[in-house]
Write a protein that binds this ligand. Structure first.
Ligand SMILES: Nc1ncnc2c1ncn2[C@@H]1O[C@H](COP(=O)(O)OP(=O)(O)OP(=O)(O)O)[C@@H](O)[C@H]1O
Length: 697
C-alpha cells in the first residue's frame, strides 16, 4: 500500500501586538493562506502497513533546524533562572501591568502562550505586597498544570514547594500557613467558596486559562464577581480579580465584567506552523506519519517499549495515568535520547514541558457530551476549536524556537469553531446546581457568563429532587438537610448519596471503600503478554454479584496488606491507584465523621451494599432484552455489558445497575452489578420509572 502525505509550510508564527486582539477578528485574518510560503513535502511509503520507511521530511532548511534532536536544558542555577524570567514578554510590561492592578479591581489579560502570564504575574503581585493582604490564588482547569506550574514558581522563588508557593488539588494539599502563592484547580476554589462566599482568605484571584470555560471556572466568574461586590459593600479588603488566557473571547468577557481587556505584546520564541496539503481521513495515522518523519529513518512501531530502543523516550500523558507517571515527562530527558510525549488535551494549556520543540496537533479532542433526553454522558472524539489549536501550538516555542505540525488543512481549520463550547452548555450540571444551592444561589437567578438552557437546569433540578437534595423543584426549590450534607462531599451528588444512605443499610465501611475506588482510576493492570496470568489473579477477587463487589473485595484485601507493592505486582493491581483510593477513603472518612454519620459495616451481607447502590444510581438500571442486549430503564438506550466486566460473555443477569455508559462503536455499560427488581420499589419507591420494572412488588 502506498499513500502520500504532504505538508505546507504556511508561515512563521511570530505574533505581533495586533494578532489576537480582539480574538474574533484576528483569528479570521491571520493571512497564512496566501503568504506565498515555501512548500515542504513529505512522501511516505507504507510497506505492509507498518508505517515505516518515511522519506526526508522537508527541504525547508529553517524547519529542519527545529527538528534536530532537541537540546535538553539542565536545571537552571539561580542566575540563569533570573535571566530567563527577565527575558519573558511580561517582564517588559511589569510596571504598567502593576499600575493597572492598583487602579482596577478586575483585569482581563491576554498574552501569547509562553509569555509568562501564569508563572510571572503571581510573583509580581507578591512583590507588590498583595501577599500581605491575603493569599494570591491562581486557578487552573487541570491538576497537572496546577502542580507543575507551582513547582516552577517555587523554583523561581528559591523555596521548597509547599512553603511560600504551594498547590491544592482535590484530595491533595501541598501548602502551609506560610503559603502566599497558591495554585489550585478551579474545582477546589469553588469548594472554598462554599465555606466562605466572600473568599476572605484571598487578596487576589487569578482565573487562568479562561478560554477553556470549564464549569467550575464559569461558575467562579459569577461567584468571585459577587464576592468582590460584597467585600466592597462591607468595606473589607478589596478582592482583585485577574482573568488570563492567550485565546479568550475578550469582547464577550469585557461585556460581562464591564472592563476593557489588556493585551501583552510579544512571545518568547517563534513557532513555525505547518498544515497538511490535503485533509487526512485517519488522524492517528497522520500524526504518526508526521512523528516518524520527524524522527527520520528510525524503524518503530506503536509499542512504547520498542520505540525506546531506538534513542527516543516516549512518555504518555493523559488524565487517567497515575500522577507520578504524568509528571515524568516534565523531567529533562537523557541527553542522548529524543523525548516524545504522547498527550491528550491535558497538556494543551498552561504547561511547559522542557525540551519540546515540535508539536503535532491531530485536531481532535475527546469531549464529554451530555444528552439530556437520554441522560447519557458520553465521551466522543470531536474537532477542536481554533483557540485550542493555538494553545496546542503554544506548547512549542517555550524554551527555544519550535514547529507546530497540524495534520489538517488551513481550510479545515477555518471551519473549526472559534472557541470551545463552554462546558456548562454541554454537560450534566447537577453537581454545579447543588453547589450553587449550597452557596444560597438558585441558579435560575445566577449571573452566568453563558446561561445553561432552561431544559438543562430543569433536568438538574429534577435529578437533585429525586436524590432528595432539594425539595419543591418546580416551585420554590430549597436545599434539604440531606442536600446540604451532599454539598460537603467533593463527589458527584449520586456518589455523595451513596455515602449518606450507607448508615441506614449498615454498610458505611463498605461504601467508603467503594466510593473511594470509584473516585480514582482503574485499579486493575491488564497485560498483553501475561493476559491469562492477570485474568487468573483477578479472578480470585470476583464476586458472583458483579463488578462493584469485586472492586470492594480487592480494596478490602489491599487494606489488610503491608507490603503493598509486592502484593499488587503479584495480583496485577495498580499500586498507585490503590494508594490513591486509600488516601481518598481517609479524607472521605474525615468528612463523614464530621457529619456525625454512623460508621457501620454489613460484614458478609453484601445485599445491603447492592441495595445501597440503588439509592444513588437508580437512574442507571438496565434490563436484559431477548436479543441479549440491555435496555437502560431511564434513558431507553440499548447497550451491552463492557468487556472489562466480570459478566462479559458469561451469565447475564436480568436486572443490573451500572456506573456509567461508555460510547465507542456502541453503548457499553461499565461496572455492573446484579440487582433484584423487587428491591427497586423497596429502596427507591418514588423512582419515576418504577412501572417499567417487572416484579416490583
Ligand atoms: N517548568 C519549566 N521549565 C522551564 N521553563 C519554564 C517552565 N515553566 C515555565 N517556563 C518558562 O516560562 C515561560 C512562561 O511560562 P508561563 O506558563 O508563565 O506562560 P503563559 O503565558 O502562562 O503560557 P500559557 O498561555 O501557555 O499558559 C515559558 O515559555 C518557559 O520559557
Amino acid at each position: 500500500m502506498e499513500s502520500k502525505y504532504a505538508l505546507t509550510d504556511k508561515s512563521s508564527l511570530r505574533l505581533s501586538g495586533t494578532y489576537m486582539f480582539p480574538v474574533k477578528r484576528k483569528l479570521q485574518n491571520t493571512g497564512f493562506e496566501n503568504d506565498g510560503a515555501k512548500i515542504a513535502k513529505i512522501e511516505c511509503n507504507f510497506k505492509n502497513n507498518n508505517r515505516t520507511d518515511c522519506s526526508t521530511l522537508t527541504q525547508n532548511k529553517e524547519t529542519q533546524n527545529h527538528i534536530q534532536k532537541p537540546l535538553f536544558i539542565k536545571l537552571s542555577p539561580k542566575i540563569q533562572i533570573e535571566e530567563q524570567r527577565q527575558a519573558l514578554p511580561v517582564a517588559r510590561v511589569r510596571k504598567s501591568l502593576m499600575q493597572e492592578v492598583y487602579k482596577s479591581d478586575t483585569l482581563l489579560i491576554m498574552g501569547e502562550t509562553g509569555s509568562g502570564k501564569t508563572t510571572q504575574i503571581p510573583q509580581f503581585l507578591l512583590a507588590g505586597g498583595y501577599g500581605n493582604k491575603g493569599v494570591i490564588a491562581i486557578t487552573q482547569p487541570r491538576r497537572v498544570a496546577a502542580i507543575t506550574v507551582s513547582r516552577r514558581v517555587a523554583q523561581e522563588q528559591h523555596c521548597q514547594l509547599g512553603e511560600l508557593v504551594g498547590y491544592t488539588v482535590r484530595f491533595e494539599d501541598c501548602t502551609s500557613p506560610k503559603t502566599r502563592i497558591r495554585f489550585m484547580t478551579d474545582g477546589f476554589l469553588l469548594r472554598e467558596a462554599l465555606a466562605d462566599r466572600m473568599l476572605r482568605n484571598y487578596s487576589v484571584i487569578m482565573l487562568d486559562e479562561a478560554h477553556e470555560r470549564t464549569v467550575s471556572t464559569d461558575v467562579l466568574f459569577g461567584v468571585v464577581k459577587e464576592a468582590q461586590q460584597e467585600r466592597r459593600l462591607r468595606s473589607l479588603t478589596p478582592l482583585k480579580l485577574i482573568i488570563t488566557s492567550a485565546t479568550m473571547d475578550i469582547d464577550h468577557f469585557g461585556e460581562y465584567f464591564g472592563v476593557r481587556g489588556m493585551y501583552l505584546e510579544g512571545r518568547t520564541h517563534p513557532v513555525r506552523v505547518m498544515h497538511t496539503l490535503a485533509p487526512q481521513t485517519d488522524y492517528l495515522h497522520a500524526a504518526l506519519v508526521t512523528l516518524f518523519d520527524i524522527h527520520r529513518n528510525t524503524p518503530v512501531n506503536y509499542d512504547c517499549n520498542l520505540v525506546s530502543l531506538f534513542g527516543v523516550r516516549v512518555f504518555p500523558l493523559y488524565a487517567q495515568l497515575a500522577q507520578n507517571k504524568q509528571l515524568e515527562c516534565f523531567l529533562p530527558a537523557p541527553a542522548n535520547a529524543r523525548k516524545i510525549v504522547l498527550a491528550t488535551n491535558i497538556a494543551e494549556t498552561s504547561v511547559t514541558i522542557p525540551g519540546i520543540r515540535c508539536v503535532i496537533d491531530a485536531g481532535y479532542v475527546k469531549r464529554r457530551i451530555y444528552t439530556p433526553s437520554t441522560g447519557l454522558d458520553v465521551l466522543r472524539a470531536v474537532r477542536i476549536s481554533q483557540a485550542q489549536a493555538w494553545q496546542r501550538c503554544g506548547r512549542a516555542g517555550r524554551d527555544a524556537p519550535g514547529v507546530c505540525y497540524r495534520t489538517y488543512t488551513q481550510q479545515e481549520m477555518n471551519a473549526f469553531e472559534k472557541m470551545p463550547k463552554p462546558e456548562i452548555l454541554r454537560s450534566n450540571i447537577c453537581s454545579t446546581v447543588l453547589q450553587l444551592f449550597a452557596l444560597g444561589i438558585d441558579c435560575r437567578n445566577f449571573d452566568f457568563l453563558d446561561r445553561p438552557s432552561p431544559e438543562a437546569i430543569e433536568i438538574a433540578y429534577r435529578k437533585l429532587e429525586s436524590l432528595g437534595a432539594i425539595r419543591n423543584a418546580s416551585d420554590t426549590p430549597e436545599l434539604t438537610p440531606l442536600g446540604r450534607q451532599m454539598a460537603q462531599l467533593p463527589l458527584d451528588p449520586q456518589y455523595s448519596k451513596l455515602l449518606l444512605s450507607a448508615p441506614q443499610f449498615g454498610c458505611m465501611e463498605e461504601m467508603l471503600h467503594l466510593v473511594a475506588v470509584l473516585s480514582g482510576e482503574n485499579i486493575f493492570v491488564t497485560s498483553n503478554e501475561k493476559r491469562e496470568q492477570a485474568a487468573l489473579a483477578h479472578a480470585k477477587f470476583h464476586s458472583k454479584h458483579g463488578d462493584h463487589l469485586t472492586l470492594l473485595n480487592v480494596f478490602s484485601a489491599f487494606q489488610k496488606i503491608e507490603k503493598v507493592k509486592l502484593w499488587c505486582h503479584d495480583n496485577f493491581l495498580n499500586t498507585r491507584n490503590l494508594l490513591y483510593a486509600r488516601e481518598v477513603r481517609k479524607q472521605l472518612l474525615e468528612i463523614v465523621e464530621r457529619l456525625h454519620l454512623q460508621i457501620n459495616s454489613c460484614g458478609e451481607n453484601y445485599d445491603q451494599v447492592r441495595k445501597c447502590l440503588l439509592t444513588g444510581l437508580f437512574d442507571n438500571i438496565a434490563e436484559l432484552q431477548r436479543d441479549h442486549f440491555y435496555m437502560t430503564v431511564t434513558g431507553r438506550q440499548r447497550a451491552k455489558i463492557h468487556p472489562s466486566s466480570i459478566f462479559h460473555g458469561k451469565h447475564r443477569p436480568e436486572y443490573i445497575i451500572y456506573t456509567e455508559v461508555v460510547l465507542t462503536e456502541r453503548n457499553f455499560l461499565r461496572q455492573v452489578t446484579e440487582i433484584l427488581p423487587e428491591w427497586v420499589a423497596e429502596v427507591v419507591p418514588n423512582f419515576i420509572h418504577l412501572s417499567r420494572i417487572k416484579n416490583t412488588c
